[in-house]
Design a protein around this ligand. Structure first.
Ligand code: 0O2
Length: 248
């Protein structure tokens, strides 16, 4: 390394930027996978199991805070080994069954290595926190090398997400020492949110059964679904493609 302090700073900045960029690329890869699953699922089943997704790369301050909680590190490679959720993506679903459906679909992808699964839905945290966490490793191909990067995927329902974001705000507002009464109220709210999830699941199943029973009725309306938009197929295009089928 050079003795020039300005050059040294530039070198450090470049190294850190490259380190963080690797996580950004890993996130892009997982985001693309999720988009593909979402679009294909919509096409095949006429149903979208994902309400929305949100991804983030942890800020350097937040990485260092977590690192000190875990006992520190002496290199970037130590940080990579110790903090597994630098890249995180949160998938919000309407129904609990969708959470497991998405999790299964991701687990079956060969280029994703599943490092761990924490099921805080079947085993909620004592405070009431519920979510399914998958820790996955994804290959990122750079110009000169391949790196396997960790991404934490949190999958939860809208109700679980609503609860978790409020709990997170309260936790920080009280500087991590929340009064007992609020903790108890939060636990009750988590139980209520779960009851709502169960009720919505039951209603969804009933709706699904009605939909299935109507599926046997024929429909001559063919539509295309691209990028969450429905397109009616003009008769002349339909004719053109069906004639083409005959030739193939
Ligand atoms: P932030 O600000 O969301 O990034 P590990 O990573 O395995 O060493 P950790 O961090 O306990 O240990 O892992 P876990 O249990 O998988 O939790 C990781 C993330 O889940 C947290 O990241 C939160 O985003 C979320 N989470 C876990 N428990 C709770 C909880 O009780 N309430 C809320 N609101 N979120 C929770 P960070 O880095 O803690 O925070």
């Amino acid at each position: 390394m050079t003795d020039n302090p300005i050059e040294q700073m530039k070198e450090i900045q470049k190294k850190l930027t490259r380190f963080m960029m690797m996580y950004k690329f890993a996130l892009h890869e997982v985001e693309t996978k999720i988009e593909i699953l979402q679009e294909e699922f919509q096409l095949l089943h006429d149903y979208n199991p994902i309400e929305h997704t949100k991804s983030r790369v942890k800020s350097p301050e937040s990485i260092m805070k977590k690192l000190y909680r875990k006992g520190g590190a002496s290199s970037l490679s130590d940080i990579k080994d110790s903090i597994k959720d630098i890249a995180g993506i949160r998938i919000t679903c309407s129904f609990i069954s969708d959470i497991y459906r998405i999790s299964d679909m991701l687990q079956s992808q060969k280029d994703l290595t599943i490092l761990s699964i924490k099921d805080y839905i079947k085993n909620p945290k004592p405070n009431g926190y519920k979510s399914l966490h998958l820790l996955v490793e994804v290959p990122v191909f750079m110009s000169d090398r391949e790196e396997r990067m960790c991404v934490e995927i949190q999958i939860r329902t809208i109700a679980m997400d609503f609860w978790a974001s409020l709990e997170h705000k309260i936790f920080y507002k009280y500087n991590e020492s929340v009064p007992d009464r609020l903790l108890q109220d939060l636990k009750v709210a988590a139980d209520t949110a779960y009851e709502l999830d169960m009720k919505m699941e039951q209603l969804q199943q009933e709706m699904e059964e009605i939909k299935m029973s109507h599926q046997s009725e024929p429909s001559d309306d063919i539509q295309l679904q691209i990028n969450n938009e429905q397109f009616k197929i003009p008769d002349n295009l339909l004719k053109l493609v069906s004639e083409g089928l005959g030739k193939a």
